[in-house]
Structure formats: C-alpha cells, structure tokens
Design a protein around this ligand. Structure first.
Ligand SMILES: [Zn+2]
Length: 75
C-alpha cells in the first residue's frame, strides 16, 4: 500500500497537450492530461490521457468494488 501510494505520487497526472513535431502528432489531441514521469517530453507534458504504470498498480485492486474494467491495462 505504501509503495503503491509512492508510485501514485510519482506518476501524478497533470495538465498536458498534444504537439505537432516534424509533421507528426505527439500525444492524444483529445486528452488534456499526461503523466508527469512517462509523458515528459523535454519538459513538456504530452497529453496521453493516462499512465500505464498507474493502470498496472490499479490492477492489483481489480477484485475490489469500484474497479472499472476500463482501467484494465492492455497486454
Ligand atoms: Zn506514468
């Protein structure tokens, strides 16, 4: 539990945005947030809409009431 809370704190979702780089869209144009660790792109938070690490941590609680199937990480 304490480790999970530490991971949640490290992988906090914060406001971000998609960017166009070399003609390619980086991030999800529909998303408004990204992970402060996983989506940091040279100091810019790229909007991804979530964090796979958070989903993996949450999957430990998949048998608890309130866990949403939408949170299940894809293989
Ligand atoms: Zn993350």
């Amino acid at each position: 539990m304490e480790v999970d809370r530490a991971i949640l704190e490290e992988h906090k979702l914060i406001p971000g945005r998609s960017v166009i780089h070399l003609g390619r869209t980086i991030g999800d144009p529909e998303a408004t947030h990204g992970c402060q660790i996983c989506d940091d792109w040279d100091g810019l938070i790229v909007a991804s809409g979530g964090c796979r690490t958070l989903l993996l941590v949450a999957s430990r609680y998949r048998h608890h009431a309130g866990y949403l199937e939408a949170w299940r990480p894809t293989p």
